[in-house]
Design a protein around this ligand. Sequence first.
Ligand code: ATP
Ligand code: MG
Length: 157
Amino acid sequence: MSNILTHDAEATRKLGYLLGQCAQAGDVIVCAGALGAGKTTLIQGFAAGLGVDEGQYVRSPTFTLMQIYRGRHALYHFDFYRLTRADEVWDIGFEDCLEAGGVVVMEWGDKFLSVLPAARLEIRFDILSADRRRIVWTSTQDSYQHYHGVDMAAWAL
Ligand SMILES: Nc1ncnc2c1ncn2[C@@H]1O[C@H](COP(=O)(O)OP(=O)(O)OP(=O)(O)O)[C@@H](O)[C@H]1O
Ligand SMILES: [Mg+2]
């Protein structure tokens, strides 16, 4: 388990960048937290850390449900916010993306934990005040230890 307090959106984006630099093919990442907690903000940085061209604008795929970005690995960005049943996850091509060997990231992924792979990274966001967020990331299996080597010295908070 690793955790950090961010004091603005830029710091959350920077954490995302550092995590994105650690990403490996096949990783599955759940982002959990209330509306406006910072999930998309972190994923914007994550995409940049994964080598996605900065010109590609990353936003919540709330209506498209999934968006693909090309980086060092493909980034499949899902948003389960509008889904009401677990089986809808399969209707939106989730399984194909899991098998494609890229990196799969889900906003509101905690809604349907039962249909997700057992091995995953979970990132939880808590809103402490207008600009402060506690961000805790946990790996369910040792295969995700690479996300816990994030260089905290790289922080300039
Ligand atoms: N420390 C912080 N970290 C992240 N975002 C912050 C922080 N402080 C303020 N914000 C603001 O909070 C908002 C976070 O929005 P964001 O779209 O990332 O949330 P989200 O969790 O993806 O929400 P949704 O569930 O609606 O998709 C932005 O407007 C951002 O500027
Ligand atoms: Mg979002």
